[in-house]
Design a protein around this ligand. Structure first.
Ligand code: SF4
Length: 347
């Protein structure tokens, strides 16, 4: 949004949340490969947008993602399926007719290395210049800066909100749940709103990618291991994960470490989609990291377009039972391993 607004693009239209109907109506038959559920869902989103009043469809091929772990891990690449699926699905829309052309819509899918901001303006400019008359490389570079500023602002607000939730837990001696998933599981059609189900039972929900990163908090949680030479910094995951190439995966692993240390996170909910090859190798390490601290761990795997609402509700009720039964003990045990609670948490 920040990027396009800075370029002065008039109206920005988004597709709606993922749903079975959306895929059935707009995406079916558009995918030319066997795919995981989120990639399948992308076809529905692209198809839906083709039916809106737009003249440019922007679907970036995201190669790398910015991460707060950059510099502490090997790299911050996105899943290759995320990047490649754009061209694949586009081919599905061109198989029989030139659908974009017929509707007067330009399809723009630039290569986007988010984690290398110095390269971004060039790639974006090259893909947009023929569609935005007079667009210069300098303007694009300024817009990229604006985009990053907007992103940082949004993330700062989300992390402040997470800290506020943790302070509420400390003050009221209440447990919270941490969700470990991919960012798109926040879309209720992909994550099936499982996090929302827990909120209805009075459990605040934190997401791994917006945890607070304040020095005083991380010092409290990780300094013993830094002094013992187990890790080199708060964000080092090499003690538990050696192949740190993927941005989201690295953050999921770090989120698991955070949850294992923060006393008020007493339960972790892992979400994963049908056919996700990226998540597969992480299941055991993540579960071990979380459970080794006594924190409860629950997984909802193979999520796809079918929403077995009844069975989700029953599982949530069971998990809530365990959370209510064991949370206070978990908080006490985890607190006993740390030094005095920082004053900044006691406000
Ligand atoms: S991370 Fe998994 S679910 Fe997401 S696009 Fe990659 S393979 Fe598919």
């Amino acid at each position: 949004m920040g990027f396009f607004q800075s370029l002065g693009v008039g109206r920005i239209v988004f597709s709606s949340d993922t749903s079975e109907e959306q895929y059935r109506e707009y995406g079916k038959g558009r995918i030319t490969m066997d795919s995981c559920f989120p990639v399948k869902a992308l076809a529905g989103h692209m198809g839906e947008l083709l039916h809106k009043d737009i003249n440019l469809l922007f679907v970036p091929m995201i190669y790398s993602l910015p991460s707060f772990l950059k510099g502490h891990v090997v790299d911050t690449l996105s899943c290759t399926r995320v990047m490649m699926s754009v061209e694949n699905i586009k081919a599905g829309f061109l198989r029989e007719r030139k659908e974009f052309e017929e509707r007067g819509i330009a399809f723009v899918s630039p290569f986007v290395p988010f984690a290398e901001p110095e390269l971004l303006p060039k790639y974006l400019w090259e893909s947009l210049k023929e569609h935005i008359p007079g667009l210069t490389l300098e303007e694009t570079a300024r817009a990229v800066k604006e985009g990053f500023r907007a992103l940082e602002d949004f993330e700062r607000k989300m992390r402040e909100k997470s800290l506020e939730i943790i302070r509420w837990c400390v003050k009221n001696n209440r447990p919270a749940i941490l969700v470990l998933a991919r960012p798109y599981h926040m879309d209720p059609g992909i994550g099936h709103d499982i996090d929302g189900e827990f909120q209805q039972y009075g459990f605040p929900v934190l997401w791994y990618n917006y945890l607070p990163l304040d020095d005083w908090l991380l010092e409290w949680l990780f300094s013993k291991e830094i002094r013992a030479g187990i890790i080199r910094s708060y964000f080092d995951i090499s003690d538990v994960w050696t192949s740190s190439y993927s941005s989201n995966t690295n953050e999921i692993i770090w989120g698991a470490k955070f949850s294992a240390r923060l006393p008020w996170i007493t339960g972790v909910i892992r979400l994963s989609s049908y056919e996700c090859g990226m998540d597969q190798p992480t299941f055991t390490p993540v579960q071990k990291i979380v459970e080794s601290s006594g924190t409860l761990f629950f997984k909802f795997g193979e999520l796809d377009e079918t929403k077995p609402a009844g069975s989700v509700k029953i599982r949530v009720e069971t998990i809530v039972y365990y959370l209510e039964k064991y949370s206070q003990d978990i908080i006490k045990k985890k607190l006993s391993r740390l030094g005095a609670v920082p004053s900044q948490l006691l406000v």
